[in-house]
Design a protein around this ligand. Structure first.
Ligand SMILES: [Zn+2]
Length: 55
């Protein structure tokens, strides 16, 4: 599932969307990634949130 997000790509400034990967094992958390439509830059949202709270 892809959801457009209003954040610009930090690499090229292009539009991004978020992708949710469901964990196949119950012990693993579902993960969400932000992916750029233009240059395919991607980042893990959990890591992104950590950088926000520590900035
Ligand atoms: Zn980009």
């Amino acid at each position: 599932m892809r959801i457009d997000i209003p954040l610009p790509c930090p690499s090229c400034g292009g539009k991004m969307y978020s992708v949710n990967y469901e964990a196949t094992l119950k012990i693993l958390k579902d993960r969400t990634w932000h992916v750029c439509k233009e240059c395919k830059f991607s980042r893990n949202v959990e890591d992104f949130k950590k950088t926000l709270c520590c900035a």
